[in-house]
Design a protein around this ligand. Structure first.
Ligand code: CP
Length: 333
């Protein structure tokens, strides 16, 4: 494994090997694998805020004898340009063409977080910033959430589903859209649904009309479902989509129809306020409720649902630590 940028073309079996290794690390086994982190340095570049991603990676490096350094672009680090050929006479003082190879001289592995701009769907779909980092770095690069994907979150999601359900093959995964206070990206829903498809689950995605996810990602999910003999359904009927879910995964995302128009996006969220997830959406006492966090209580998911014992969001967040330790072990071995 040379990088962990995207789940898009990863083989399901290769991803599942990471889940198996993560579960071994969590159980206190696989010491040979985690020895790869000893004495190594992870450099993380954040263009956006983080609680879980930053602390879970720092914790993984510290626990297994390595060290992590965090840079917050525009805060304690220079503003970074990634486009080629631009005249850099505005707010960005440094180019990724220098920053990535310089950081590669100091660090053994790099991580980059960069959200979607939510202005141009085509530009976001190219994931240009993280791709530029990967192109100019000389050490492995990890996607800490980009415009299109959050593959570290998805590994933790997969591990959590396997812990809670046992064999995931043939089980029912429902991803439901939920309202928000402001537009947020599509990376998590893309990666969660890709992971569920790769885990051999029947995948249902429920969202109101005009909240379509990226077409290329939907095609990939269909391909994975065809390969593994499962069903893939997209619907605007939230209640029906929840009616047989073993896993109810909740996530808000903005509509490309409202990119650049915050007022219209907010009005649409208000119009669909009844999509907020509540205990009535959990169809059985064994259905698990998932969300990547952070979550806005009583906007995205109600207090009652988040405080229900079927809600596994804290277990999900813990598993970021173990799955990322597995990714680091593979990249550094
Ligand atoms: N789920 C997740 O990536 O959390 P943070 O944004 O806090 O890192």
């Amino acid at each position: 494994m040379r990088e962990w940028l995207s789940m898009f073309e990863e083989r399901p079996s290769a991803m599942h090997q990471l889940i198996t290794l993560a579960r071994q690390i969590k159980a206190g086994q696989a010491r040979d694998a985690t020895a790869a982190l000893r004495g190594k340095i992870l450099g993380m570049v954040f263009f956006n805020p983080s609680l879980r991603t930053r602390v879970s990676f720092e914790s993984a490096m510290a626990r297994f004898g390595g060290h992590a350094i965090c840079l917050n672009v525009g805060g304690d680090a220079w503003g970074l340009e990634h486009r080629d050929g631009v005249v850099m006479n505005a707010d960005k003082a440094e180019h990724v063409r220098e920053a990535a190879p310089v950081l590669s001289r100091y660090c053994d592995v790099l991580g980059v977080r960069t959200f979607a701009q939510l202005r141009d769907a085509g530009e976001d779909s190219r994931d240009a910033l993280i791709r530029a980092f990967a192109a100019h770095a000389t050490v492995p690069v990890i996607n800490l959430e980009s415009a299109m994907e959050h593959p570290c979150q998805a590994l933790a999601d997969w591990m959590t589903m396997e812990e809670k359900l046992g064999d995931t093959a043939g089980r029912h995964f429902t991803l439901t859209w939920a309202p928000q206070a402001k537009a947020v990206p599509m990376a998590v829903p893309h990666s969660a649904a890709l992971a569920a498809a790769a885990a051999g689950m029947h995948v249902t995605i429920a969202h109101p009309p005009i909240y379509e996810l990226n077409a290329g990602v939907m095609d990939r999910i269909q391909t994975l479902c065809d390969l593994l003999g499962t069903r893939f359904t997209i619907t605007s009927e939230q209640s029906a989509a929840c009616s047989n879910a073993d896993v109810l995964y909740v996530k808000s995302w903005g509509s490309t129809a409202f990119y650049g128009d915050a007022a219209a996006q907010q009005a649409s969220f208000a119009e669909h306020a009844d999509w907020m997830v509540q205990p009535r959406h959990l169809h059985s006492r064994r259905t698990i409720l998932m969300h990547c966090l952070p979550v806005r209580r009583n906007v995205v998911i109600s207090d009652e649902a988040l405080d229900d014992p079927r809600c596994v969001v804290v277990d999900q967040a813990e598993n970021r630590l173990w799955t990322q330790a597995a990714v680091l072990a593979k990249l550094l071995s």
